[in-house]
Design a protein. Sequence first.
Length: 422
Amino acid sequence: MRIAFYAAGTRGDVQPAAVLAAELRMRGHDVTLATPVDLVELGTKLGVRTAPLSVDMRSIFQSPQGQQLMASGSGTAFLKHLASIRSEAAPTVQMEMISLAQGADLLIAGKHSEDDAACIAEALDVPIVTLHHAPLRANPAYPAVLATTRQLPGWLRAASHWYVERATWKSMSRDVARLRSLLNLPPVFEPTSVRLARVNATEIQAYSRYLTPELTGWDLRRPISGFIQPSEAQRRALGDATTDPGLDQWLDAGDPPIYFGFGSMPVLDPDAMLQMIANVSRKLNARALVSAGWTELAGTPDPDGPIRVTPAVDHAAVLPRCGVAVHHGGAGTTAASVGAGLPTVVAAVFFDQPFWASRLERMGAGRALRFARLTETSLLHAISALMAEEPRRRAASLAAAMRMEEGASYAADAVEKARFQA
């Protein structure tokens, strides 16, 4: 089966797609992955033929405007910013997507690509499978991820999904209309999710059923695969383990540290952030391991000191050697910290991050904070609460359950089944 796989977004979106693409390739399928130009290596390092899309996510997130909007905590403002960038790039990216799909038997698309991919699949009369890293569709358990994390009565929960779906469609509809005209397709006035439901498209839910137990039996066309994570060999191929050769020695030299992972978080004042971490760690009598991610946090002045800053880490190798995790709450990093059995503080910015923060808090394995309102006091209290025995026990129980999930294999099975059902 020839598959065109579109994975837009940040590393948290692209890496699981690359792992799934590698699994499908191993099964004998002809897969081409398309990613933002700055993330192509995530596919190529895993042996997947990977084509660049003409968008650079790191430059978007690291631009002064992008950082300021994220730091403000206004998801709406940042989404408007992304929508304007998307519209500017759409004519070029859409042509790249059309070219990639020629001759494909099936298309796969992440959330950020599914609106365009659904139109291309319709034009080519081939099935489409979508890949979601949080429960984005209307469901019987949770309100719309982009709306709130509060528990709502049924009618209000349904209304939240209706509102978010229509607002998202409004921001995409002009670009979709241009693409449909290019493909000689008739205009549409319904959100993409409605049209995907009409053709019974499979929508893989690439997260753990143990973090979302209320979704058991949700929908046959929305199988919950478990988080899609790289194998040990794939982690070595991706190269994170080689970024800090002195890290093993530092970890062995003292008690398990608190892990701080920043990913694409908007750290406007790196010195102030490091000082906050140092103050909190000192008050807790703990060491701190800081993974800088896309931030400009400086390296460690004293490599043997209690605070160590490293560009990136191999989560699977390093997190089990830590005591508590603090991060932004992206699905992939949440999977890594909880999968390592770590009680986790999520300092959420937006998108699905507040959702995962709320899930961990309600399951007794985490604490939820807002990055825009993060203070030394709030961070100290959150970490301190998770050093108790009960959060550790609950995190360890979740980790044991999640180890039974085989996300890449289950998702690949769902893709193959979707092809045969089409």
